[in-house]
Design a binder for this molecule. Sequence first.
Ligand SMILES: Cc1cc2nc3c(=O)[nH]c(=O)nc-3n(C[C@H](O)[C@H](O)[C@H](O)COP(=O)(O)OP(=O)(O)OC[C@H]3O[C@@H](n4cnc5c(N)ncnc54)[C@H](O)[C@@H]3O)c2cc1C
Length: 295
Amino acid sequence: MKTLIIETANAKILGELVTVSRLFGQAPDVVVLGSGELQGSYGKAYRLSDTLGANLGSSLSDLIKRERYELILLSTTAIGSGLAGPLAVSLGAPILSEVTAISPDLTIERSLYGSKAVARYKLESGPLVLTIKRKYFEAATLEGTTATEELPVGPQKITLLEEIEEERTGIPLEDAEVVVTGGRGIGSGDNFSILKEIAGMLNGAVGASRGAVDEGWMPPGAQIGQTGKIVAPTVYFAVGVSGASQHLAGISNAKCVIAINKDNEANIFKRARFGIVGDYKKAVPALINALKENA
Ligand SMILES: Cc1cc2nc3c(=O)[nH]c(=O)nc-3n(C[C@H](O)[C@H](O)[C@H](O)COP(=O)(O)OP(=O)(O)OC[C@H]3O[C@@H](n4cnc5c(N)ncnc54)[C@H](O)[C@@H]3O)c2cc1C
């Protein structure tokens, strides 16, 4: 199936899209957005120097129509999600967003209702636009680099005035092998310091449920879940988190979930491999002591 990937030069995200393209057979072509070296090898490789969807629509739809791509792959990043809808409209193509799995017979899956249900689709004919949910497909290793052919950017409809980089300290949540998340049960923003301590000891990152973010204890960038970040760490601590389906939607690929909650009926225990029923104010210091003893 003739496939086009549209993404920035971010190797991890590109790698996920390459993995998906391989399920559909043919080596993909790519349009890389913005600057940066393009890693990996592709059929044809193009570059659009802009990353603003509103300025790219006409160039991309011209290319897709001219080259008769049947499958257009984007990621669920702000750029990919913003581009996918207008692109599908201009191509008159269907779109499936936030794809989470593709089976060997090419049945495409996406989750619905905060991951309470799964919908399955079969592609009869292209073109089809897919946005691939981050962290659901193992990123392919991209060997070498590929030179790109510059495509003309369409009429400038929007101008980017300023980009303000999100303040980040430590490992980004999406890349952390250990994530320590606090929920409303943590009780205050100051109490998150104890979670930061364990995260620091385990070289991990601190996340938050929407409950904790809504309370103003952690910034929105730390939220994990359906409307937050998707993480796939080896170890995920959920501390004072009830385990609402919208939260679990962000950790479905976490390998080992350890829950600490004082309510033994909390839903998070259904997802956890290990659980501690009790007050985190007792359990977490005990955990820190055990880690220090075994350091
Ligand atoms: C459209 C939509 C999208 C959403 N997206 C997200 C999302 O992306 N991420 C997300 O997280 N939520 C999301 N939510 C909200 C979600 O439904 C829950 O309301 C939220 O996850 C609850 O946060 P919480 O578990 O921290 O708080 P609560 O539900 O209030 O749970 C707190 C938990 O802490 C425990 N606890 C209390 N004190 C202690 C203590 N001392 N020691 C140990 N345990 C204690 C309690 O037993 C309880 O289980 C979304 C909701 C909607 C409708």
